[in-house]
Design a protein around this ligand. Structure first.
Ligand SMILES: Cc1cc2nc3c(=O)[nH]c(=O)nc-3n(C[C@H](O)[C@H](O)[C@H](O)COP(=O)(O)O)c2cc1C
Length: 368
């Protein structure tokens, strides 16, 4: 195998990707009021269409699932119309586009909820650290309301409706966001799931909602159009789990029967471990999952190439490098210098730090 393996095609579900470089999902908080995607968002994604696959920023599946200012949604007609224009421009530029389905669960705030209701979660446990940005500024998290067993089919239905909405907007597929401490991750892990019904307690019970959502979304979209993302080693959003390896191994084994387009794993970083995360080896997850796997977190050209050469994953997702380098595949291919990402413009703001990162040949690039 050669260094060009990043540039060989790969099959993920219903699609053949032209290269193995995935644009990782990244929240940019630049949607219009009402969570409506904008012309600038279309431009941003279309600029990055040379990725083998683009996974969008996390996108709220319902009002209940929302909790991030200026993040887009996929549950109203206006949102669908906005996404339709984004997808059209990405497709015209030759890109492949999966939308990330997001229910934030307890990482929300009453100010985002209908009637100022409490956010929902598996159990009434507030995140111990961190605060949330609301229309009136930073606020403490509140203890969420534990979802009643009878409400869980409605949670599954929210994912299905949003997936339908995404496909009807022209998206090629959807990625179920089961990572980073949001609702499905809250169910999976025992730091946040203290339920005593069949959705809590044992590993099989904690994995139940994820599997139900994946099954239902697969039925709605076709398995070849559905991926799912996990962050087994992360403690982000105050997550913890006394049994991370068996939990994630179990859920991946169960998901095998669905033949999803891919499983997307955020690998363990030193920072995760410093913050209390337990490193779950990618190789163990790779063995548990029989279908295509995407790996993400801190990869560069060399480490991604090495991982692919070792067979550690089928594709690699790049976040900050794609954010700052719209033409990342071309730059990797040419071994060209990279633009450095500017953290001050990651979240919210104008087109500065969003659609103005230069491609090769447009403006001189800066070395990171
Ligand atoms: C600005 C920013 C926003 C992010 N938003 C999301 C998101 O919406 N959904 C998600 O699953 N991960 C999100 N992530 C995590 C990235 O997808 C990725 O896992 C992370 O940046 C590590 O990859 P990298 O080192 O290639 O940047 C975000 C990361 C960044 C930097």
């Amino acid at each position: 195998m050669t260094a060009h393996d990043l540039f060989t095609p790969v099959r993920l579900g219903a699609f053949s990707l032209r290269n193995r470089m995935v644009m990782a999902p990244m929240t940019r908080m630049r949607a219009a009021p009402g969570g409506v995607p904008t012309a600038d968002m279309a431009r941003y994604y279309a600029q990055r269409a040379s990725a083998g696959l683009i996974v969008t920023e996390a996108t709220s599946i319902s009002v209940q699932g929302s909790g991030c200012l200026n993040a887009p949604g996929i549950h109203t007609d206006a949102q669908r119309a906005g996404w339709r224009q984004v997808v059209k421009e990405v497709h015209e530029a030759g890109g492949l586009f999966f939308l990330q389905l997001w229910h934030m669960g307890r990482i929300s705030h009453p100010s985002f909820q209908a009637g100022g209701a409490l956010p929902v979660a598996p159990s009434a446990i507030a995140p111990r650290s961190g605060r949330i940005l609301t229309v009136t500024g930073m606020q403490d998290y509140v203890a969420p309301r534990a979802l009643d067993r009878k409400e869980l089919p409605h949670i599954v239905a929210q994912y299905v409706a949003a997936a339908h909405c995404a496909l009807s907007a022209g998206c090629d597929g959807v990625e179920i966001h089961n990572a980073n401490g949001y609702l499905l991750d809250q169910f999976l892990r025992d730091g946040t799931n203290h339920r005593s019904d069949e959705y809590g307690g044992s590993i099989a019970n904690r994995c139940r909602l994820t599997i139900e959502v994946a099954e239902a979304v697969t039925q709605a979209c076709g398995a070849g159009r559905v991926g799912i993302r996990f962050s087994p080693s992360s403690s982000f959003n105050d997550m913890s789990d006394t049994t991370p390896l068996p939990t994630f191994r179990h859920v991946l084994r169960e998901l095998n029967q669905l033949r999803l387009a891919y499983v997307h794993v955020i690998t363990a970083s030193d920072e995760d471990v410093r913050h209390g995360g337990v490193a779950v080896p990618l190789v163990t997850l790779r063995r548990a999952h029989h279908g295509p796997m995407i790996a993400a977190n801190g990869f560069d050209r060399a480490s991604a190439t090495r991982l692919l050469a070792e067979g550690g994953a089928d594709a690699v997702a790049f976040g900050r490098l794609f954010l700052a380098n719209p033409d990342l595949p071309e730059r990797f291919r040419a071994d060209a210098p990279l633009n450095a990402p500017d953290e001050s413009t990651f979240y919210g703001g104008t087109s500065a730090g969003y659609t103005d990162y230069p491609s090769l040949g447009t403006q001189p690039a800066t070395q990171p």
